[in-house]
Write a protein that binds this ligand. Structure first.
Ligand SMILES: O=c1ccn([C@@H]2O[C@H](COP(=O)(O)OP(=O)(O)O[C@H]3O[C@H](CO)[C@@H](O)[C@H](O)[C@H]3O)[C@@H](O)[C@H]2O)c(=O)[nH]1
Ligand SMILES: [Mn+2]
Length: 741
């Protein structure tokens, strides 16, 4: 194991790095596996050359295409295996580099978009957890962007501002680790009890009840309005104010220079922002919200460091910004081209075996560590510390903003509530502000993809910026996961569209990316930009072998020569399993993850691909469907038991149910066939594939046939799927059955 204080070779390094011990072994394996892939493609081509009938040609051609796509995805992911690294930070060494009074200021951006899908009390918890950071308080500013334009969210934050003046000194005084009140007072957290704790717990409960009752009523009653200032703010919500059409609202809830907590210590800045909306302009979803935040914060505090947070991702470690500083304040030149320090997305409330593969371990942990050994990991939308400079062109070719107030070196000497500042802040948050500027194309977060995170990180790295993956053992942030299959699949469907928008753009990773960053990084980005094309081979393998088997048509080599297939299958799965286990996962979690990969293949990825094609042909428009973060108790219970939650009649379930029905019938019919007439050797791979699908589909059969609870598969979906399966069988009968193979 090689350990080095990469490029910060002082006696007490701020961070160290070690290369993964299995790297060499992985290289050798990759080489062998590549040869096997070539052999398979060669075999396919030979078969195709010998074919005489059209149907047979189409069959084998689709297998060839499938295997080429599988291979492409495999090859691109190998780049993450070139040099995976693990880093460690030493924040205790920071004082030898810089005193805390000289730490850079930090602007935290929290995005929320819908008070009914993202309960304001949760957003407040996220904000409180970062406001309480162990960081010079006067240097921290928290900006909340509310794309829902909701008075309920603003009200929640007014309450939060009051509660914070008790909560922050409490955290500091007791030096507690868990600074998100909901988590601190939650059932999973043990703390020493005292009267002060009891008092603050009651305060929190009161605030929570207030906020929840207002949200439930849908409006802020007069009894909740305590000051003239609050009352003025609520006046913005006139009768004409709607979510899609309203002026900018900026409300300074706490100002560091003026507001003190109950011990007299200063408070961080806390600003509520709801950018202007109009039906006639484009808002670019979250990327647009983040750019508005970048500009508004520039006019008010202009901190050199920016942290982006999703509203559900609260901080679980108050030292997190110090860990980021370990890279950003590196005394050598290495930090000058460092755009961001990414902490992985991790989650609370995942069930024991992670039924829906919600950890997304490959993306968030394994491959991120892999890219960290090259030029740095993806940006994943939340838990990421940026240098503000990174949003203004490449490290050595900085661009100038259209007004001086927005430039990273602009110094602010006025109160954030002064009229001049508020005036500029309002103007940069207006919906036409970006017209004719570089925002979204060369500056700020980049537009053009629903996955603004992948898109922005990619573009920054193409400009020559580096990034760092910071993955401490204790999670830095914990977020929320969907606990029903429809939400989980819909989320990935949106991702799929966003990824393809990057993959098939003018600046595709496979062309522009490779040119700008070199082959390995270009491939890493290509892997995720083309993720959804996995749907093509997965769907083909889900249907074709089973339909062929039902028709007595055998398209794979005999049992005497399936070794190549076996090696490729076991090799890829084994390698995946090894990565998961080494990343601290369990066999069962890995098993569920591979199952979800197949499920997504015939649902999220497939629908995402179709969405993308329809949009590209001009048939439909993209929307950002915000993931639901409200918990249903009954659903939660079933989730805890590890049951799959279908429940709603979602079209996403149709291809899934159809594939499971066809494979079950094919498998049973195939076994019966063996008893009747032998042919085992010819059927071997067919049976293997169908058997594999059937084994993985147990929870789906259970949801279709055995369960009676609300989470079962809706009868409508079962019926449509049976009809579809039957139709597919008839089509296969007419084509495969009639042709001569
Ligand atoms: O118009 C919008 C839509 C969304 N959001 C916010 O964006 C965040 C992410 O949305 P969510 O529905 O939770 O999406 P997820 O799929 O869970 O998020 C992942 O994927 C997104 C890209 O699709 C990234 O932006 C996120 O950081 C990443 O966690 C949330 O805080 C939303 O409030 C906005 O601010 N404005
Ligand atoms: Mn989310």
């Amino acid at each position: 194991m090689r350990v080095s204080g990469e490029k910060n070779n002082i006696s007490s390094p701020l961070h160290t790095l070690e290369v993964h011990p299995y790297t060499r072994l992985n290289h050798v394996f990759s080489l062998v596996y590549s040869c096997a892939i070539l052999a398979l493609i060669y075999q396919h081509i030979l078969t195709i050359l010998r074919i005489t009938s059209l149907v047979s040609f189409l069959l084998h051609f689709s297998l060839l295409i499938s295997d080429i796509i599988f291979s492409f995805m495999w090859v691109t992911t190998q780049c993450c295996r070139l040099r995976p690294v693990k880093r460690k930070t030493n924040p205790e060494n920071l004082p030898s580099v810089v005193q805390d009074k000289n730490y850079p200021a930090l602007d935290v951006f929290i995005c929320t978009a819908d008070p009914y899908k993202e309960p304001p009390i949760n957003v407040v918890n996220t904000a409180l957890s970062v406001m309480a950071y162990d960081y010079p308080t006067d240097k921290v500013s928290v900006y909340v962007s509310d794309d829902g334009g909701s008075v309920l969210t603003l009200f929640a934050f007014m309450e939060a501002a009051k509660f914070a003046s008790h909560w922050l000194p409490f955290c500091r005084g007791k030096n507690i680790m868990e600074r998100c009140p909901e988590a601190y007072f939650g059932p999973d957290h043990v703390h020493t009890w005292c009267s002060q704790t009891e008092k603050i717990k009651i305060m929190y409960k009161n605030m929570k009840e207030n906020v929840e009752s207002v949200v439930e009523r849908g409006c802020v009653g007069d009894e909740h309005i305590t000051s003239e200032c609050d009352s003025q703010a609520f006046k913005n919500w006139t009768a004409k104010f709607t979510r899609q059409e309203h002026p900018t609202v900026i409300q300074v809830l706490l100002e560091s220079k003026k507001d003190k907590d109950i011990t007299g210590h200063c408070m961080p800045n806390l600003v509520y922002l709801s950018r202007e909306k109009s039906r006639t302009s484009q808002h670019h979803f979250k990327a647009g919200a983040l750019n508005a935040l970048l500009r508004v914060s520039a006019t008010m505090t202009n901190a050199p460091l920016v942290l982006t947070q999703d509203c559900d991702c609260y901080s679980t470690d108050p030292k997190t910004p110090l860990k980021a500083l370990c890279y950003i304040l590196e005394p050598t030149k290495a930090s000058s081209d460092l755009a961001y320090v990414q902490f992985p997305q991790r989650y609370y409330g995942i069930n024991k075996n992670d039924t829906y593969g919600s950890e997304v371990k490959r993306l968030y942990k394994i491959d991120s560590a892999g890219m960290d050994g090259l030029l740095g990991p993806y940006y994943v939308g939340t838990g990421c510390f940026f240098q503000r400079r990174a949003f203004f062109g490449g490290p050595s070719s900085q661009l100038s903003a259209e007004i001086p107030e927005l430039n990273p070196n602009h110094v602010i000497d006025k109160s954030i509530q002064s009229e001049t500042i508020l005036k500029v802040a309002h103007s940069v948050a207006s919906c036409n502000y970006e017209n004719g500027t570089k925002w979204g194309s060369k500056m700020g977060f980049r537009y053009g993809s629903l996955s603004e995170d992948l898109n922005t990180g990619f573009k920054l790295q193409c400009e020559g910026w580096r990034s760092v993956f910071c993955d401490p053992d204790r999670a830095a942030f914990l977020g929320d996961v969907p606990i029903n299959l429809n939400d989980a699949l819909s989320q990935m469907r949106r991702w799929a569209v966003g990824q393809l928008q990057v993959g098939f753009s003018k600046y595709s990773p496979i062309t522009y990316g490779i040119k700008s960053m070199g082959l390995p990084m270009g491939f890493c980005y290509s892997h995720y930009a083309f993720w959804p094309i996995w749907s093509i081979p997965i769907t083909i393998y889900a249907f074709l072998p089973a339909l062929a088997l039902l028709n007595g048509v055998y398209i794979f080599p005999k049992v005497s020569s399936p070794w190549l297939y076996m090696f490729l299958f076991i090799g890829a799965y084994g390698q995946d399993l090894q990565d998961f286990i080494l990343a601290g996962s369990t066999f069962k979690r890995w098993y569920n993850d591979q199952r979800m990969w197949m499920i997504r293949g015939v649902s999220s990825y497939l629908f995402g691909l179709i969405d993308f094609l329809l949009k590209s042909l001009g048939f439909s428009a993209f929307g950002f469907n915000v993931t639901n973060k409200v918990v249903d108790d009954e659903q939660s219970k079933r989730y805890e038991q590890g049951l799959f939650e279908f429940g709603v009649a979602s079209p996403l379930f149709i291809p899934l149910a159809t594939a499971t029905i066809i494979n079950l019938i094919a498998f049973v019919a195939g076994i019966a066939q063996i008893f009747k007439q032998g042919h085992f050797d010819k059927m071997f791979i067919h049976l293997g594939i169908s058997g594999f699908v059937v084994a993985n589909s147990w929870p789906i059969y259970e949801a279709m046939m055995l369960r009676v609870d609300k989470g079962r598969m809706p009868s409508k979906i079962i019926l449509i799927s049976i009809l579809l399966a039957w139709a597919l069988y008839i089509i296969s009968l007419l084509t495969l059955g009639a042709s001569e193979m």
